[in-house]
Design a protein. Structure first.
Length: 286
């Protein structure tokens, strides 16, 4: 598995990361097996959050034999300092570790979320103090809003941003290019979510991947093309969908990754006009 620099930290991350939701609601033996297989493939980047069901409780024991050799990222969905203080302590306990390599504000949905989390008494204060105490090494955030991401990158020197980067939304809705550019300008590493996202689930019909709140590209050729596109951006790593089968598929794609050519990118860009993207274009609120 190829590795890329995580910003200017000197750390290199596997280009494919394991999202903790992959092991959520599985027997511990299955979680142990999936993590061991990921380690054997060369994956060293693991990301989890308390909102992923029992993922923290499954991932903690599974990672215990490898903890010193992996980059463990966790998040808090809380927006205020008192709540996020409690969440951090609980996550450290669940994951059976004395520190996180990366701790992030989780799932900022809009500008208001970002302003509260980064304002007085907000969760960012928890992150900063945790770094001072040695409980976390690096600080970041994830967002599902361009405006929220740009606000955070301007407000504080985050080490990384975790952001949805899928080609239908990137080209159809211009959702993401501004964040990639701003992160590069600020020196923050970019980590990608939703690389294999096609769009929203159809209103009717089966949803064969219950751990995915969006419809993923599941055809192997389409899925590999989507992941290759995201990995061809100036990012450090991508986290595939939380379904175990799709994660295993993404691992295979990552092991043979080659950057997209200009012609391949142009073809995808042309197709995006007819796609229904997962994320709509955001209009400025100010």
């Amino acid at each position: 598995m190829q590795k890329r620099p995580y910003g200017n930290t000197g750390i290199e991350l596997s280009i494919i990361g394991l999202g903790g939701i992959v092991v959520a609601h599985l027997p511990q033996s299955d979680a142990d097996r999936i993590v061991a297989d990921a380690i054997q493939r060369g994956i060293n980047y693991f990301d989890v959050a308390p909102t992923y069901g029992d993922a923290e409780e499954r991932l903690g024991p599974a990672l215990r034999p490898y903890r010193d050799d992996v980059f463990l990222a966790c998040k808090t969905e809380k927006r205020t300092r008192p709540e996020s203080d409690e969440a951090l302590a609980r996550s450290l306990d669940h994951l059976q570790t004395d520190h996180f390599d990366l701790y992030q504000l989780h799932g900022l949905q809009n500008l208001h979320d970002a302003e509260v989390a980064c304002g007085p008494g907000g969760a960012l204060e928890t992150l900063i103090e945790a770094r001072e105490r040695g409980l976390v090494k690096y600080l970041g955030f994830s967002a599902h809003s361009v405006q929220a991401a740009l606000f955070c990158l301007d407000k504080f020197a985050f080490d990384s941003v975790l952001f949805p980067l899928s080609w239908p939304s990137y080209y159809h809705s211009s959702f993401g290019p501004q964040v990639v550019a701003a992160a590069r300008q600020s020196g923050a590493a970019v980590l990608a979510l939703k690389a294999m996202a096609r769009g929203p689930w159809p209103e009717s019909g089966d949803r064969p991947y219950p751990k995915c709140w969006y419809e993923p590209f599941s055809d192997p050729e389409d899925a590999e093309r989507a992941l290759r596109w995201t990995l061809s951006l100036p990012i450090a790593a991508a986290i595939p969908p939380g379904d175990p089968d799709l994660f295993e598929m993404a691992c295979r794609f990552g092991e043979r990754f080659t950057p997209m050519t200009d012609d391949e990118i142009a073809a995808i860009q042309a197709e995006a006009a007819s796609m229904k993207p997962l994320f709509a274009r955001e209009e400025p609120t100010r």
